[in-house]
Design a protein around this ligand. Sequence first.
Ligand code: BG6
Length: 487
Amino acid sequence: RAPPCTLVIFGAGGDLTKRLLMPALYNLAGGGLLDQEFSVLGVDHNPLTDDGWRDDLTKTMESFTKDPSAEFHAERIDPRPWGFVRERLHVMQGDFSEEATFKDLAGRVTGNVVFYLAVAARFFGPVVEGLGKAGLLKQADHAFRRVVIEKPFGADLASAKALNETILAQGDESQFYRIDHFLGKETVQSILAIRFANAMLEPIWRREHVDHVEITAAETIGVEERGRFYEPTGALRDMVPNHLFQLLTMVAMEPPGAFDAEAVRDEKTKLVTAIRPVTPDNAVRGQYAAGHEDGKEVPAYRDEPDVSKESRTETYAALKLEIENPRWSGVPFYLRTGKRMAGRRTEIAVHFKAPSLPLFRGAAGDGIAPNVMRLRIDPEPGSATRLNVKRPGPQMHLAAIETGFRYADFFDPAPTVGYETLLYDCMRGDPTLFQRADTIEASWAAVDPLIQAWKDAPVCSYPAGSPGPKEADDLLARDGRAWLPLG
Ligand code: BG6
């Protein structure tokens, strides 16, 4: 059970609070993981009353039971855990840029507090400064004061550094919990278990045996209603130095000396620091044109709401990375992410080298298909490994088969929207699944040359519902390789 604390949510009326934080608290309450003394204090610039906010959130929770697109799935809302959360909800009005808000707040909270910044990124610095100046980040009498900061943490290396400087002037690194929601995904956390708890895998997870690694986060949805955020952001900033690099660190970092937060995060930073900064000749940017999704016609990115008709923002990015360390030197890591692609898939594919024995070379049949181990995160968590077997029959013909497992076949689906563990860990003071300042800065540093080069670069086009721009295929074809199909 988490220690007693107040969760102060800046952005109480926002989407994140409704869609993710409330369902996560409901699930935590359902699991008996919240203390009786737990409470929530929402802060919003709109006037809300406790009762009004409670009623609104109850309606929203109920609406999720009929909304298949919601992150939260339940047939009905159980009145016990929801009642537990609901009666602990309080709200106050406040402008995030005014000192008075923080003074008010200081009069309302005591003891352990987690401040959750569910607000637009431009408020991160000012809110932390407001908290600091009002003395709200001082940790006296063993009470903790922690701040959860949502993504995006900076828009490039310079702005991420500046933001770290601003917040670290108000508190200690150990008080800041920078979120990357990919780390809340069970299967992402499981990558370390798969790698380091299986003695048959660890020895071959290196350059001597691995040919290349593919990391994909492909989405079928478009930019939806987020044009205003997405236009100055683009796929590279939105997904690569954060989500894709989290997958990269999990699959490529060295084993930590211990399974504790600093040891794990030290290894992540070392890995990210070893990435050779990416140059434009090793990357492709694309933007979706009109096309088809699920048989329906869908508009081009430039015709989406709040998007400029001349926009050159990328909705797709592919990168070839090189990691300069003894384990991975010479092994390319190909990363791709995009919206409106041919399939929804988040996965890591580790491609192994072909066997060195010439035993089957030239033999009739299908030839040898190198082993590939796919660690699947979305939409169907699990893994699949390609192996070669003998095709039944009188001749020695080979066939490639896939053997795998699905989490759903072994484990009951835990009720989760992906934020439960993150909230729970923050209340317990375990920052393992949060990003440290140095990792974030090293991640931005790796893509910064690309961000600068892409400012004035043209963007390739790909039809909505396709695997991405042809130029991204060329990026791999140049090395004699190809992306795994998305369908
Ligand atoms: C978010 C990005 O951080 O991650 C979105 O801003 C993206 O653009 C989303 O759609 C993807 O997350 P998931 O969990 O749906 O794969």
